[in-house]
Design a protein around this ligand. Structure first.
Ligand code: NAP
Length: 280
């Protein structure tokens, strides 16, 4: 099996990294190292625990040691905006960097979350959504809302802190509006949406028995995309199954945003099934 090939380190091996805090539970090292092994490339992907205040020093190290690229995860994605040599338009408007790559000697910051969301949704549910309900207004919600609006899909945004939803809707433009997070508001928005995306951390370990949607608010014909992937089966996914909706957890988005980063670093589009098998 190609996924069982090992990585052989050489004097020329190029280092990729993920910086985060915590980083110990990241699925990115096995996912990327499986992709590297399957392609037989001379790279290795290594996790580094980096505290927020140490991020400038980590950038110095990455530059001095000529790392080939890196991912950034919680809580570093916003701080990185001011530490790169340049930003892609996408990272600038989302306000978040999850990928560092080199372009003509400049360390660039990009966000591949929106691309990961769009590409994985095309695989999971090829029909274009008519209208989406997005729960949340943090980093992943920003990536998802811009990606949906770019595809011409109207988006209703519901967030615990309403002001953040209003700010996001204003940034996204006329295709976005704001819904209340109260039960009546959620039921109404859900009845009008054929796509529901959970971009909050509600339902994530250590609180797997919480759901962002009221009981009985989902319906057949709807696709429910929970970006949470720890646990693999959230309460929201069980609610979707009970309501006759189809649903998926965040594993595929994780894989496809990783594949997009991998391409920035190596020039190769990796085998996403190899990456998924390495972490599922
Ligand atoms: P974030 O920027 O910190 O945003 C968190 C969002 O969750 C905010 O909208 C926040 O609302 C809301 N929230 C948190 N606790 C809540 C609660 N108890 N009740 C209601 N709303 C609550 O985080 P993020 O980076 O967007 O990540 C959000 C989730 O998506 C996480 O579970 C993460 O693992 C997952 N994710 C998955 C992928 C993937 O590839 N599958 C990629 C990125 C993120 P307020 O604005 O009111 O604080």
């Amino acid at each position: 099996m190609s996924t069982e090939r090992t990585i052989r380190l050489t004097g020329r091996t190029r280092v990729l990294a993920v910086f985060g805090c915590p980083v110990e539970h990241s699925l990115s090292p096995p996912m990327h190292n499986a992709a590297i092994a399957a392609l037989g490339l001379d790279y290795v992907y290594v996790p580094f625990r980096v505290e927020l205040d140490d991020l400038p020093k980590a950038f110095d190290g990455l530059r001095a040691m000529r790392f080939a690229g890196a991912n950034l995860t919680i809580p570093l994605k916003q701080r990185a905006l001011e530490l790169v040599d340049g930003l892609t338009d996408n990272a600038r408007r989302i306000g978040s960097v999850n990928t560092l790559y080199w372009d003509d000697g400049r360390l660039m910051g990009d966000s591949t979350d929106g691309e990961g969301f769009t590409r994985s949704l095309e695989v999971l549910r090829p029909a274009r959504p008519e209208r989406a309900l997005v729960l949340g207004a943090g980093g992943s919600a920003r990536a998802v809302c811009f990606a949906l609006a770019d595809a011409g899909v109207p988006v209703a945004i519901a967030n615990r802190t309403r002001a953040r939803a209003e700010e996001l809707a204003a940034a996204v433009g006329p295709l976005a509006d704001v819904m209340g997070l109260d039960e009546a508001g959620l039921r109404k928005a859900s009845s009008e949406a054929d796509l529901v995306v959970n971009c909050t951390s509600v339902g994530m370990i250590p609180e797997p028995d919480a759901s962002p949607m009221p009981v009985g608010s989902l319906r057949p014909g709807q696709f429910v995309y929970d970006l949470v992937y720890q646990p693999r089966e959230t309460l929201l996914l069980r609610q979707a199954a009970e309501s006759g909706a189809t649903a998926a957890n965040g594993i595929k988005m994780l894989v496809w945003q990783g594949a997009a980063s991998f391409q920035r670093w190596t020039g190769y589009w990796p085998d996403t099934s190899v990456m998924e098998k390495a972490i599922d």
